[in-house]
Write a protein that binds this ligand. Structure first.
Ligand SMILES: Nc1nc2c(ncn2[C@@H]2O[C@H](COP(=O)(O)OP(=O)(O)OP(=O)(O)O)[C@@H](O)[C@H]2O)c(=O)[nH]1
Ligand SMILES: [Mg+2]
Length: 188
C-alpha cells in the first residue's frame, strides 16, 4: 500500500501532541507503530479510489532541536503540520525555521504543509496578556508559499484551531492527505 510520512513540527508547547491525539482519536481505522522516542500512528484514507496509508509522527520539539539524531526524523517526510501558538508571536516567526529544517533534511525537497494556528480559544481570554496573532499574517505566509510552489503542484493550507476544543480537526488531516497524494501523482 502506498504509504506517506507526516510530521507534526513547531516550537515547544504550541500544542502538537494535543492536536495529534485529537486527530488520531477521531480515526476509526488506525494502528500504533512502535517507536521509542516518537508517537507514530498509521491512519488510512481512500483517495481517488485508492487506499493510502499515512504514518503520523509526533515528537517533542526538543527531540527535533537537540538530539543527536534530530535530522533523521525528517528523512522521507512527505508532508507536515507546522504548528504555532497564536498567543506567542515568536512561535509564528519560527515557522520559517521549521519549514527550512523540513525541506533540508527530508531528501525530497518541497512538500505540502498545513500551517496550524493553534489555541484560538485564548483569543478573547482577558488573562492572555500578549496580543494574539492576526490570521492575515499566516494567510499571507501561506499565499507566498503557494506562489513559489505552484509549479511543483504543491498546495499549502492554513487553518486556525483550538486543539483543546477539538472541533474541525479532521479537515486538517483531510486537507494534508489530499495535497500529499496530489503532489505525489503529479511527480510521476
Ligand atoms: N488553551 C489552549 N491550550 C492548549 C491548546 N492546545 C494545547 N494546549 C496546552 O498547551 C500545552 C502544551 O501542549 P502540548 O500539546 O504538550 O505541546 P507540544 O507542542 O506537544 O510541546 P512539545 O512536545 O514540548 O514540543 C498544554 O498545557 C496543553 O494543554 C489549545 O488549543 N488551547
Ligand atoms: Mg509534544
Amino acid at each position: 500500500m502506498l504509504t506517506f510520512k507526516i510530521l507534526f513540527i513547531g516550537d515547544n508547547s504550541v500544542g502538537k501532541t494535543t492536536l495529534f491525539k485529537k486527530i488520531v482519536q477521531n480515526e476509526k481505522n488506525k494502528e500504533k507503530v512502535p517507536s521509542l522516542k516518537a508517537e507514530i500512528v498509521k491512519v488510512f484514507r481512500t483517495i481517488q479510489g485508492e487506499e493510502v496509508a499515512f504514518d503520523l509522527y509526533d515528537l517533542p520539539a526538543r527531540e527535533l532541536l537537540s538530539s543527536p539524531q534530530r535530522t533523521k526524523w525528517y528523512l522521507g517526510a512527505d508532508g507536515a503540520f507546522i504548528v504555532f501558538d497564536i498567543t506567542k508571536a515568536e512561535t509564528f516567526r519560527r515557522v520559517t525555521f521549521w519549514l527550512e529544517q523540513l525541506i533540508n533534511y527530508n531528501r525530497k525537497g518541497k512538500i505540502p504543509i498545513v500551517l496550524v494556528g493553534n489555541k484560538i480559544d485564548l483569543r478573547n481570554n482577558p488573562n492572555v496578556r500578549n496580543r494574539t496573532l492576526n490570521p492575515i499574517d499566516a494567510q499571507a505566509f501561506c499565499l507566498r508559499l503557494n506562489r513559489t510552489s505552484a509549479r511543483e503542484n504543491i498546495n499549502n493550507e492554513f487553518f486556525e484551531v483550538s486543539a483543546i476544543s477539538g472541533k474541525g480537526l479532521t479537515q486538517l488531516l483531510d486537507a494534508l492527505t489530499k495535497n500529499i497524494y496530489k503532489h505525489h501523482k503529479a511527480k510521476k
